[in-house]
Each structure stands twice: as C-alpha cells, then as structure tokens.
Write a protein that binds this ligand. Structure first.
Ligand code: BES
Ligand code: MN
Ligand code: MN
Length: 462
C-alpha cells in the first residue's frame, strides 16, 4: 500500500464527514436569500485551507461573494501549482424531485456507485471535487510529500458567471503567478475509463423579450387581429434552427474550427454506447446537428438552446388571454475561436432583425465566456496522465467536454499558463439536476491521484 493509500484508509471517515458538513450549507450564489450561507461557506473553506497547511489564508472581498485564497510557498525556485475551484452551488429546484433534501447529505448505494455516493447539491459540482484538493494538500503537508509551491483560489460565483473573479485575476497577476492551473470541476468517461478534459465550450447567455399590445387582451375579442407575443416568440425561436438542425444566425459558424478527419477518428475511439446513453435518459431517439455524432454534437460543435420560456397564463384551469409580453432565456454553447461577445452581437442583431411588424423585440445579454482547448503534449497534461496511470492502471483518454468554465480561458489570457482539468465526476452524477451525487470511490480516487500530479509535474518541470 502506498503512503497516500494508507493515509486515505486512516482518515476516510473524517474526509467524508468534513465534506458532509460543507454540503449542509446552502451556498446558492444565484439567490440572494442565501447570502449568509454563501459567506459562511467561504469561512469554512478558509478554515479548511489553514488546517490543510496553507499559509497567508485570506478571504478576499469582491463586489460579490469573496474569493478564498491560501498558499504554501516552500521554495521560490520550485514550480507553482494554482488550484481553482468553486464553493457556490446551483439552486436545487425543483425540490419535489429530490429523494432526500438537497442540503441534508445522505450516503446511498447506486448501480454505478456500489461503494456509496453522497447525495446533496454541490456533492460533485464542485464542493466534493474541490475538497479533494484540500485533502490532498493536507496529506502532502502532513506527510512531507509536498514537492512544490501551491496556491489555492476558491471562488463563490462560478455558477453565476465569475464576473468578480475576472476582475480579481486581472488585478492580481503577480500574486497568482503559477506554472500550471489545476481544476477538478469536470467529469471522466467511467470509473474504469479515466479521462482528462482537454476542452470546454464557451457560452453566450441572453434573455429575449417580445412585447405586443400595451396590455393583456381578451383572446376572443382581439384574437386574430393583433400579434400574439407568445406565438411570435415561439416562431422566431423555431426559425433559429433549419431542418438539419444547423443554427441559422448569419455568421454564427464563420470562426468554428473544423476538426480534421483524423482528429474526428481519434475522438470516435473513446468508448461510448449509444444504446446506454439513450437508456440512461429514457429516450428512444437522439436529436442534433446533421453530419455529426452524438459525442461531436455535445463537445466540438456549437449549439443553441432555450433554457426557459414564459408568458401569459400558466395557472390552474384556463384563462382566455393574449399576453402583452413573452420571454425566453437562451444559451449558446460555443467552441474555441468563436468569440462570445461577437456571437452575442450576431444573435442580438439577427433576433431583433427578424421581429415581425406588430411587436417589439429586445435582447439583453447576461454573461458568457470563451471556450478552451489545451494541448496533450504540455508538461501539465503529461504529468496528469502519469498520475492517472499510477492510480487507475490505465492511460487516461483526452476528451473535450460540452460544459463551460468560462474563467479558464481568462486564466490563460491573464496568467499565461495552461489549465489541466482533472475531473472525477460521472455524467450520471446529476450535476445541476435533482439528486446530484458524488461517488465515495471517485472522491477518494481523486484524493489519491492529485498528489501524483504534483510529484510528476515537479519532476518533469526541473
Ligand atoms: N462544473 C461545471 C462545468 C462542467 C461540468 C464542465 C461538467 C464540464 C463537465 C460548472 O460549474 C458549470 O456548471 N458551468 C456552467 C457555466 C457557468 C457560466 C454558469 C455551465 O456549463 O452551464
Ligand atoms: Mn462547477
Ligand atoms: Mn455548475
């Protein structure tokens, strides 16, 4: 048994209990009613970094929720790893679909997690994955196994766009200087198929509003004679995809990078079962852009989705009414080279431009970020790959993810270093959904693998 394995065996119960305490606090950044809880979580992270051996641990105030920073500089001549994670979580709604309350963590066995999984909002995204780094740090400092310098930067606004973190990074380039950035906030293919995330999609998130008459109208007296904003909005949204599910916004695909046939063939080698994919979601057919496989559609291709749509009467029973206004929230997942602000502008002018007479259409941008791809020949990638080989007994597969962590592209731009995404979650862990969970096996495997990254990175960097 390796030193880290015996350390985990000896401290496993405490590692779980500490995470459970962290998961009990509803740190929902999107909902101001939880402000005190978000702040309390930052304090808890601060204490945990101190206990793990970090120095100069501080709560850095921003215009929003604070950033928790801590470091351990053992020798300025050694490399520095910057760990990033987030302590905020998504709202747990809809609550009635949870089998147990989202902020009362419970351990249950599942088919994929026979060793047990912790069910709670944030279990995987990102409290559980972030805390693996805190525990790996604790091991390295307690056991004299820390081979290089470490900086921790844990934020509380990832789920709402990291706007204040972006300011913080720009203002603290020297303080945050590093040789590699390490993040666990993504997933892996399967427990027996380790993978390293090499790409993230960008994001443009907008809200649209269609206004018709100056008041809600009787749908009998006025129906047929005036534009119905909900009818108009749905028709406009439907027109954003053609019959092949290509997005129709002019210029949308102009900068999309087309992968070579060789790269696509390489991607297609990753183990994947369409039947299992459909079965897990209980759907009989998949849907997407013509000419691309499912794994391409959800990673290397840009998309446009309505996330919410509302207007008119949605209460009990029927009300005959033509609403004055209709709304939708729309997200576009982008691929590297597509600039999110440019895409937001293209969307705005196109969508406002296709408004028919009789309504006014307004597009309000929310937030966004650029996509990211990282090469597989960097020292960071190679060190991560070796670390997985040691703890999984297999070489990890590079895989581009469909999700977004918009701050990663900004890290590279401002701090000039590569990010390595060592995710230990599974797609089935239900992040952002009811019954989010994180496998105990995955949690402990993460803690076991991380110290090897430090070791190999330091050796290879010398
Ligand atoms: N951790 C996720 C992103 C993620 C999950 C990437 C799994 C790859 C695999 C992150 O917390 C997240 O939810 N990001 C948001 C974007 C953000 C701006 C709200 C997303 O992807 O929707
Ligand atoms: Mn996350
Ligand atoms: Mn998330």
């Amino acid at each position: 048994m390796s030193n880290i394995q015996s350390y985990i065996t000896n401290h496993k119960d405490r590692f779980l209990n500490e995470l459970i305490e962290l998961l009990k606090i509803p740190s929902i950044s999107a909902d101001s009613a939880y402000k005190d809880d978000v702040l309390k979580t930052a304090d808890l992270i601060k204490d945990s970094l101190v206990k793990a051996g970090c120095e100069h641990v501080e709560i850095c105030q921003t215009d929003g929720y604070p950033i928790v920073y801590g470091e351990k500089i053992i020798d300025p001549n050694l490399p520095t790893v910057l760990v990033y994670g987030h302590y905020d979580v998504q709202p747990p709604d809809p609550l009635n679909l949870w089998n147990s309350p989202p902020f009362e963590p419970v351990i249950k066995n599942t088919k994929l997690h026979p060793e047990g999984a912790i069910f709670a909002r944030g279990a995987c995204d990102d409290k559980g994955q972030m805390y693996m780094h805190v525990k790996a740090m604790e091991f390295m400092t307690n056991e004299g196994e820390l081979p290089c310098n470490v900086k921790f930067m844990i934020e509380g606004e990832e789920e709402v766009g990291s706007v204040n973190l972006a300011h913080y990074v720009k203002a603290n380039r020297e303080k945050l200087k590093n040789d590699v950035i390490l993040i666990s906030d993504t997933g892996m293919i399967a427990k027996d198929v380790p993978s390293i995330t090499t790409g993230l999609r960008g994001l443009s998130y907008v809200e649209v509003k269609v206004t018709g008459s100056n008041r809600d109208l009787h749908s009998g007296l006025y129906g047929g004679a005036v534009a119905n904003p909900i009818n108009v909005l749905t028709k406009m949204i439907a027109s954003l995809h053609d019959e092949n599910n290509h997005i129709t916004i002019p210029g949308f695909y102009d900068k999309v990078e087309n992968l070579s046939d060789a790269e696509r063939a390489e991607m297609a080698k990753a183990p994947f079962s369409l039947e299992d994919y459909k079965k897990a979601l209980d759907i009989d057919a998949l849907h997407g852009e013509e000419g691309y496989t499912t794994n391409e559609r959800n990673s290397i291709r840009p998309t446009l989705d309505v996330n919410g749509i509302w207007g008119g009467y949605t209460g009990e029973g029927a009300k005959t009414v033509i609403a004055s206004k209709a709304y939708a929230k729309i997200s576009m997942r982008l691929v590297p080279n597509q600039d999110w602000e440019e895409i937001t502008d293209l969307f705005k002018s196109h969508f406002e431009g296709i408004a028919p007479k009789g309504v006014t259409v307004k597009v309000t941008p929310h937030h966004g970020g650029q996509g990211y791809v990282t090469p597989i020949d960097s020292i960071g990638y190679k060190a991560a790959s070796k670390a997985y080989e040691q703890t999984f007994g297999k070489t990890p597969i590079p895989q581009r993810s469909g999700g977004s962590i918009p701050i990663v592209a900004l890290f590279e731009q401002e701090l000039k270093s590569k990010t390595i995404l060592m995710g230990f979650g599974l797609d089935s862990d239900a992040i952002h959904s009811p019954n989010e969970h994180f496998g105990i096996w995955n949690y402990l495997k993460g803690i076991e693998t991380i110290p090897y990254f430090y070791k190999h990175f330091t050796q290879m960097k010398k």
